[in-house]
Design a protein around this ligand. Sequence first.
Ligand SMILES: Cc1cc2nc3c(=O)[nH]c(=O)nc-3n(C[C@H](O)[C@H](O)[C@H](O)COP(=O)(O)O)c2cc1C
Length: 185
Amino acid sequence: MSDLVRIVYVSRSTFTPMPAERGIEPNVARILSQSRLNNARRGLVGALYFGDGCFFQCLEGRAQDVDRLYAALQRDPRHTDLKVLDRQPIDRTSFAAWSMKYVPLDAPMQALLQRQGLATFDPYRFDATTVATVLDMLRTGGDAAPEPAVASAPTQDAGTAARAFRLAAAALAVALAALAVAVLT
Ligand SMILES: Cc1cc2nc3c(=O)[nH]c(=O)nc-3n(C[C@H](O)[C@H](O)[C@H](O)COP(=O)(O)O)c2cc1C
């Protein structure tokens, strides 16, 4: 029998989110980088949505790994009021290609909220059908942070490497010039 489970929970950010039109929220980007590194190591997959200061996250993997992560999530000061909306055994993961997919869902989420009569993204009020609908939207939606979140550190490293290369090239040029002077005099 499969030991895989899916858990869906919601929470409220403790940080004040940056306005959505300015792109991916920096705190969320950091959470994504950390999640992608850790989840890939632990064989966990899933998806994350963030709207109006609320997280909606789906985690899939071996029960003990998912439960261990959920215990860590409960201690994470970046969010509060965690509430599990769904937890069930699964035969296979549905986000297999994603250590943590990030989907903004702007238009489809607005349409869903309108149908639900909700003015803002308030996942605490979602019923089982709405949870399933949001999960489907996350499965089919495109990832909005394929690399920026994960690549922010490597980008800096690349800049540092380029500077180091230029310095080394300059040092070599000086050394060659000194050698030429020494040979010719
Ligand atoms: C909304 C939210 C979602 C998170 N999702 C994950 C996740 O999918 N995987 C993960 O390893 N950490 C996730 N974290 C971070 C964990 O709470 C915790 O800080 C992290 O697992 C500790 O990692 P470390 O062992 O590398 O210090 C999330 C945090 C928040 C606030």
